[in-house]
Every structure is written in structure tokens, then in C-alpha cells.
Design a binder for this molecule. Structure first.
Ligand code: FE2
Length: 261
């Protein structure tokens, strides 16, 4: 089974054009599941392309492809920071910051870095290298085999982690309820929202609300991660949690927690 049409006929068989080059089709591949797809008419080679993008782009087709390729080409750390820092400033200073869009953009830039953006150092103990800008920090986390960076939150900042070497199990959680900082002398509940194995090239993100708590456990070969933080006005910092690893009886993804003294 394919959710995508193989040819123009299949693509437009049930289509109702909503303008001169867009069609919309619907499929129901399983009971209760529908797929809504918008496709572009393939009117025919250059004519269709000219209709969609205009003759100027056609003339510079090779240059356009080259420019597009550069959008995904490799970056060194300085080039990454040069592109990311203004985005971080705009986000942190914005009135309605879209953290999700920002983090995805940042992740796409991170994917273009080589495997050793801060060097290949892998000390026995966990160590970190920092690269700081006012709203922005890049940190390499080196984890020894089976090392644990236990449950902690990220107050007034968000983050993107890229796996560089080895593997880490990253479990993310969110505090239940509206209070993101429950009182320090009381128990509260956290819900597991993600369970990811970070290996080279894999990404994990968290916002000030979504997936904001995580617990990182290195595999038997240890790991090297690149962690990028973006700071918002406030009192940025992380606090460790004590977490009862036994989930609630009636809610298997919910755990009891409290801030570590
Ligand atoms: Fe963290």
C-alpha cells in the first residue's frame, strides 16, 4: 500500500481542483483514519514548472538547485553560531515566541554540523565544553559508559540535543498541572512524554513547557552530545528532582516526584 500517488492519473482521479494548479484528494486507508493531501498538477514538464515558479527561475534552474543544496550543506561551529545567534536573540526578545518553530529550525542547522564540532575529547568523567553568547550557549556533554544525568528541569530556557557519538537513553517528562514550579516541600506528579535513544545524528528538543524535564542515561559505550540552550528573561537554571520510579497504579506513565533538596 502507498499513501502517495504513483502518477498524475492516480493523483487526480478523485480530485477537485481548488485553483488552476492545486488539487486536493482524500483517502481512508484504515477505519477512522483519513489522509488529506494537496498535490500540484503536473501539467507537463517545463510548461508546468513555468506556471508554478515563473520563467526567471527556469532560466537559473542550475543556480537555484545549487543554492538550495547550499541550504543543506555542511556547517562548522562558527557558521552555525553565526546563523543561530540572531534567531536566538529574536526568539528571546519576542512578545509571542514560537519555540517549536525555532527549535525545529535550530535542529535543522545542527544536523549540518560534523561529528566533532567542539573536538573529540572523551574524558573518563563527564565534562562539558561551553560556547556562550548572551542568549545562547553550546555545550558538549561527554558521558562515560553508563553515566547518568538525572532528572532535572530547564527553567526559562529551552534546548536541542544532537547525538554525536555513542548512545544515550533520553526520557522526557512534564509536570502535571499549571504550576511549572511546584513548592519545594511538596510532592507532585510528572508524566512521561518521550523515550528516545539519542545516537549520532538523532535529535531531542524541549521547550519551557513541552518535555521540559529529562533524564539522560548513557549506554555501555558512553556518549558525546551537543546541547544548545536558548535563554529567556528570568532566572535560568536547572533543578534536580527525586523521582519514584514506580508509576502510579492507575496511570502507568505518571510518576511521583519532588525537588531535590
Ligand atoms: Fe538537560
Amino acid at each position: 500500500m502507498s499513501w502517495f500517488a504513483n502518477d498524475f492519473t492516480a493523483c487526480t482521479a478523485n480530485a477537485e481542483p481548488d485553483d488552476h494548479h492545486n488539487v486536493e484528494t482524500r483517502q481512508e486507508p484504515a477505519p477512522g483514519v483519513t489522509i488529506q493531501r494537496r498535490s500540484l498538477f503536473r501539467i507537463g514538464g517545463a510548461a508546468a514548472l513555468a506556471l508554478l515558479v515563473g520563467p526567471g527561475v527556469l532560466r537559473s534552474g542550475k543556480a537555484g538547485a545549487s543554492e538550495a543544496g547550499e541550504q543543506f550543506g555542511p556547517l562548522n561551529l562558527e557558521e552555525f553560531i553565526a546563523q543561530a545567534d540572531p534567531l536566538a536573540r529574536a526568539l528571546a526578545g519576542g512578545t509571542e515566541p514560537n519555540e517549536e518553530a525555532y527549535l525545529l529550525h535550530l535542529a535543522s542547522l545542527l544536523c549540518r554540523l560534523g561529528p566533532q564540532p567542539l573536538g573529540a575529547e572523551r574524558p573518563r568523567r563527564m565534562m562539558r565544553s561551553h560556547y556562550y553568547k548572551p542568549h545562547f550557549a553550546v555545550m558538549q556533554i561527554n558521558m562515560a559508559p553508563d553515566a547518568v544525568l538525572p532528572y532535572h528541569d530547564h527553567r526559562d530556557y529551552n534546548g536541542v540535543i544532537l547525538g554525536l557519538e555513542g548512545s544515550v537513553r533520553a526520557r522526557n517528562f512534564e509536570i502535571l498541572g499549571d504550576d511549572l514550579i511546584p513548592p519545594g516541600d511538596k510532592q507532585f506528579q510528572i508524566r512521561q512524554t518521550a523515550d528516545t535513544v539519542l545516537e549520532p545524528g538523532r535529535i531531542s528538543t524541549l521547550t519551557r513547557r513541552r518535555d521540559n524535564i529529562h533524564d539522560l542515561r548513557a549506554g555501555t559505550q558512553g556518549a558525546r552530545l551537543l546541547d544548545v540552550f536558548t535563554f529567556f528573561p528570568g532566572s535560568q537554571g536547572s533543578h534536580y528532582l527525586e523521582v519514584d520510579e514506580t508509576p502510579l497504579e492507575d496511570r502507568p506513565a505518571v510518576f511521583t516526584a519532588r525537588w531535590r533538596a
